[in-house]
Design a protein around this ligand. Structure first.
Ligand SMILES: C[S@@+](CC[C@H](N)C(=O)[O-])C[C@H]1O[C@@H](n2cnc3c(N)ncnc32)[C@H](O)[C@@H]1O
Length: 187
């Protein structure tokens, strides 16, 4: 029997509510010491991504950046530093516990230009044509509705806006026992 979208989402929220610190393993793999400097330990130790999209997004002061599936905020916080006080970094996540962590981390850094929103990336609570650059790190692989996410990305980006993603791809078909295993979906 196939997993439903609701079952997969519940499983993802459950997993990311309970996820524990991995130490600095991911952060030290993908970020330089300079990039990690000044970030709260709780953001660094909960880095769960697969790359460093902020490094390649070309963010400029004054821009609005959106981080899809922001987790504890490691990329949102770095984006906030790059767009500066005249810009804004928005983190979007559907797991309330991750929202709480990201907000606490932004507050610990004293960043007033960070907004953490709760919601699904398949139906973003964000106005049309309002974002200069979207980043995302290890998140789009988790949705069954990837085309819908790309439609939403197109909707919220301003004309000429950029999208810089780090994620996992499969190179071939997955067997049903993997496709229908909740742990395989939650990463
Ligand atoms: C692998 S973690 C990556 C977190 C963060 N990007 C990082 O690099 O540390 C995946 C995050 O995406 C969120 N997420 C998964 N599916 C989502 C969806 N459909 N809409 C919004 N957030 C989602 C999870 O709650 C989790 O915080």
């Amino acid at each position: 029997m196939s997993l439903t979208e609701t079952e997969i989402k519940e499983s993802i929220i459950d997993t990311y509510t309970k996820v524990a610190s991995n130490g600095r393993l991911v952060a030290e793999r993908f970020y330089s010491p300079e990039e990690l400097q000044g970030l709260p330990t709780s953001a660094v130790e909960l880095a769960l991504g697969v790359g460093n999209p902020v490094r390649h997004a070309g963010l400029r002061p004054g821009e609005v950046a959106l981080d899809l599936g922001s987790g504890a905020g490691i990329d949102t916080l770095q984006a906030a530093r790059k767009v500066g006080p005249s810009g804004k970094a928005i983190g979007l996540d559907m797991t309330p516990e991750m929202i709480r962590r990201a907000r606490a981390n932004a507050q610990a850094m004293g960043l007033a230009n960070v907004e953490i929103l709760e919601g699904p990336m398949e139906a973003m609570p964000i106005p049309d044509a309002s974002v200069d650059a979207i980043i995302s790190n290890g998140v789009i692989n988790l949705t069954m509705r990837k085309s819908q996410v790309f439609r939403e990305i197109h909707r919220v980006l301003k004309p000429g806006g950029r999208f810089c993603v780090a994620d996992m791809l499969i190179n071939g078909e997955l067997p049903d026992e993997v496709l229908n295993h909740p742990t395989a979906w939650t990463g």
